[in-house]
Design a protein around this ligand. Structure first.
Ligand code: PAF
Length: 280
């Protein structure tokens, strides 16, 4: 497995290569969720590339960029064992050299949910992902459904800018107790870790209500809030029942797929999770 740190090296390997390339962009500190993306990429492409880059432009000034967990050697070993062909792990200075001033803004779909609470977050995500796509030139790119709005923003960007690749969303990988895998789970103390599965319990309660025939979006949100309030360590940032395509919050029953999503603080750690109802 080759590890490249410069754009020039990646361009060189890409020019020499024929056949399909699957790409998994990551911020490192890899877990089973990332390895599931790698396996999906391997099953559908001749070669697989992964990027590891903690992207400063998607973190707000009060967010955890400096303390975001990093473990490059461990990540590289995991990727080597997973049969990845090459890794792109650039420095911040290489991706954002002096004078950098070009950003990608995906408008409406970035504005609600996470975008409303994390101003500038999706501008940072869209910018770095567009730049990575330009450098890596993949045929298919793989993202976790856990970041549902991120997937929607990237799909929109790829469509609107006619980028020549497919975006593939892979189902969320969960711990046995339902907690969605995330690099940020590492911030949780044992007590907070024990509290964290309440997010999935809340989503599951709303799904059970939906499967029982409930169609009022407010009742679905209420079902999530009711479960979340049973956990004293959980502080709700938002719960949402939105149209799964536009991500606009629903105020009336809908026959279209619904994205249930939430952000909840457990201690200082902000956890997100989601489920889609009425799909397929
Ligand atoms: O989901 C992530 O890890 C990041 O947002 C991504 C897509 C790698 C962009 O920095």
């Amino acid at each position: 497995m080759q590890v490249y740190t410069t754009i020039a090296e990646v361009r060189q390997v890409q020019q020499a290569h024929r056949g399909t390339l699957g790409f998994v962009p990551t911020m490192g500190f890899l877990h089973e969720g990332h390895l599931t993306l790698v396996r999906a990429a391997k099953s559908e492409n001749e070669r697989v590339a992964v990027s590891i880059f903690v992207n400063p432009t998607q973190f707000g000034p009060q967010e955890d960029f400096a303390r975001y967990p990093r473990a490059l050697e461990r990540d590289l070993n995991l990727l080597r064992e997973s049969g990845v062909d090459w890794v792109f792990a650039p420095s911040v200075e290489h991706m954002y050299p002096d004078g950098f001033q070009t950003y990608v803004t995906v408008e409406r779909i970035s504005e609600g949910l996470e975008g409303a609470r994390r101003p500038g977050h999706f501008r940072g995500v869209a910018t770095v992902v567009a730049k990575l796509f330009n450098i890596v030139q993949p045929d298919r790119a793989y993202f976790g459904q856990k970041d549902a709005q991120q997937v929607a923003v990237i799909r929109r960007m790829v469509h609107d800018l006619a980028l020549p690749l497919m975006v593939i969303a892979v189902p969320t990988v969960r711990e046995p107790d339902g907690l969605a895998m995330s690099s940020r789970n590492t911030y949780l103390s044992p007590e907070q870790r024990a509290a964290a599965p309440v997010l999935y319990r809340a989503l599951s309660a709303a799904r059970a209500r939906y499967e029982g025939g409930e169609r009022s979006p407010e009742k679905l949100r209420e079902a999530m809030r009711t479960v979340l309030t049973t956990e004293p360590l959980a502080v709700v940032d938002y719960v949402s029942a939105a149209d799964n395509e536009s991500l606009v919050e629903l105020d009336a029953p809908s026959t279209r797929p619904i994205l249930l999503s939430m952000a909840v603080f457990v201690g200082k750690t902000r956890l997100i999770d989601n489920l889609v109802l009425g799909q397929g």
